[in-house]
Design a protein around this ligand. Structure first.
Ligand code: ATP
Ligand code: MG
Length: 221
């Protein structure tokens, strides 16, 4: 599905972060990326989501090269194919839970029928993740665990085939981390969404079908 091949990336003052690294994510895959702080997990996730460009190497998605996409192409690709969940939920505080969740739909160019389907799906996902009752609340009035589930639903409203999650449970307590981890798995199993999850949590990593470690710029088993 997503093939990242021989990617290198360095930063001034830091040097080489990713060193000729390759990662192949298949349809329905679930992959955990582990590794110490500063090893390059976020850098790799950003490159996988076309939020950042590698210095060299290629990226293909379902057989097409997306390596040289410009900003517009990259944004369209992200909208259509990928969802992101970050450590901090990044919800907009002046919008309700429902508005936050529906916001990504406005960035895509849907017909009226498609929009109806997506809004229905959003409602279904809100039920499934246990946040349906929070729809009219503002982010400051919900818990961190709930906010992270809102962020998950928001990442899924455009029906992405690939979900990229960077430390999705990093700011959650054990119980909420477990709930979110189980929800991620459910999305993978029920909807076939491929998962790439960067995490420091062994418990979360173990839920994925494979774990890779980022060390010295390379991914190892
Ligand atoms: N935009 C940037 N400019 C300069 N250096 C950067 C930039 N982004 C990341 N780095 C450096 O690259 C290295 C890898 O950072 P990255 O955020 O990918 O690590 P990480 O594995 O996600 O760490 P953590 O577990 O703490 O989230 C770090 O040394 C970081 O300081
Ligand atoms: Mg990081």
């Amino acid at each position: 599905m997503l093939s990242i091949t021989n990617i290198s990336k360095s930063f001034i003052n830091r040097g080489l972060v990713l060193d000729n690294l390759s990662l192949n994510v298949t349809e329905g895959d679930s992959v955990a990326i582990m590794g110490p702080s500063g090893s390059g997990k976020t850098t790799l996730m950003n490159i996988a989501g076309l939020l950042e460009k590698p210095d060299s190497g290629t990226i293909t998605f379902r057989g097409s090269s997306i390596t040289d996409y410009n900003d517009n192409d990259s944004a369209a690709y992200r909208n259509r194919n990928t969802g992101f969940v970050f450590q901090d939920h990044l919800l907009l505080i002046h919008l309700t839970v429902r508005e936050n969740i529906l916001l990504p739909l406005l960035a895509a160019d849907y017909s009226k029928d498609e929009m109806t389907t997506k809004v229905k799906r959003a409602a279904e996902l809100m039920k499934k993740t246990g946040i349906a009752d929070l729809a009219d609340k503002y982010p400051s009035r919900i818990s961190g665990g709930e906010a992270q589930r809102v962020a998950l639903v928001r990442a899924l409203v455009n029906s992405p085939s690939l979900l990229l999650a960077d430390e999705p449970t990093g700011s959650l307590d054990g119980r909420n981390a477990d709930i979110l981890g189980e929800l991620l798995l459910e999305m993978n199993r029920e909807y076939g969404i491929s998962l790439v999850v960067a995490t420091h949590s062994e418990a979360l990593a173990k839920k994925m079908s494979r774990i890779l470690y980022l060390k010295d710029g390379k991914l190892i088993l």
